[in-house]
Design a protein around this ligand. Structure first.
Ligand code: ATP
Ligand code: MN
Length: 254
């Protein structure tokens, strides 16, 4: 078992500015040697120069905060997010399942990259897809220039005075994204909810698109109805006078 520890593992490239590295490498996540090697490769190729702690430990993946620090001391560091699909992180007891899981997480990562590219290309706010290697995906970081990640829509807190208006306009904004995603990207998110949208610079960023499906998927319309329900339920709870779900469905597909 090997921990992701930038100090011990050398998961830190050029441009190290010192500081409390041991503290920074807060992640206690166990990474297998293959994953560590992929992360090192990414550093060697200059996609990122340092991999920091975990932004999130989810069911399917861990997301790490990474930075690209240039040799020019004055240049501002660029923040990145690196998503590592999980079944390959866990050390499996069941050896027979190992290769199957590897193949599966690789497929998920590929799907996420492909979907993210399509969504990003239409101008819908989402992380910029940057690099994919097996089950490791590097993307743009959604958050402040100091490296503070944007909150999920679920965790956003508006002041009492502005909440009503903010949620109403975010709802309208999202309806547009859902329609463009369907009409132009020809995708249904399929896990759209307040958990998979980040609030940043007063806009909604769509994330977590590895499970998104194309129109021709046999269950795409069923998934679209679920997305609509999740979104409607959330904004209703926030006091928004939402469209009837059937009307929203029609708006998106026609
Ligand atoms: P879960 O299994 O919990 O659903 P997940 O494996 O589906 O998680 P994501 O939803 O893609 O993974 O990301 C998990 C969390 O990591 C997000 O909720 C968000 O807080 C953070 N995150 C993901 N991508 C980025 C990014 N590009 N910039 C900033 N934070 C991010
Ligand atoms: Mn998620």
């Amino acid at each position: 078992k090997i921990k992701l520890d930038t100090q011990q593992s050398g998961l830190q490239g050029k441009g190290d500015r010192g500081g409390d590295r041991a503290d920074r490498a807060t992640s206690e996540q166990v990474l297998d040697p293959r994953t560590r090697m992929l992360l090192l490769q990414m550093i060697n190729r200059g996609i990122v120069s340092e991999i920091h702690g975990c932004l999130s430990t989810g069911k399917e993946a861990n997301v790490y905060h990474a930075m690209s620090v240039s040799e020019d001391e004055d240049a501002a560091p660029i923040h990145r997010a690196v998503k590592v699909y999980k079944t390959s992180i866990l050390v499996f007891k069941d050896r027979d399942n190992k290769s199957n899981n590897r193949a599966m997480v690789k497929l998920w990562a590929e799907k996420e990259m492909r979907n993210l590219r399509r969504i990003y290309a239409t101008g819908i706010p989402c992380p910029e897809p940057l690099y994919l290697r097996l089950h490791v995906l590097a993307m743009g970081f959604i958050g402040s220039s100091k490296g503070i990640p944007a909150p999920r829509l679920k965790d956003v807190e508006f002041s009492r005075e502005e909440a009503e208006e903010r949620y109403r306009s975010l709802y309208i904004e999202l309806l547009g994204y859902m329609r463009v995603m369907y009409q132009t990207c020809r995708l249904v998110h399929a896990d759209l909810s307040e958990y998979n949208m980040l609030y940043h610079k007063k806009r909604l960023y769509i994330i977590d698109v590895s499970q998104s499906v194309e129109h021709d998927h046999p269950r795409s319309l069923e998934f679209l109805r679920m997305d609509i329900k999740n979104v409607s339920d959330f904004f209703k709870r926030k006091g928004v006078d939402t469209l009837p779900e059937r009307a929203l469905f029609q708006f998106i597909v026609s």
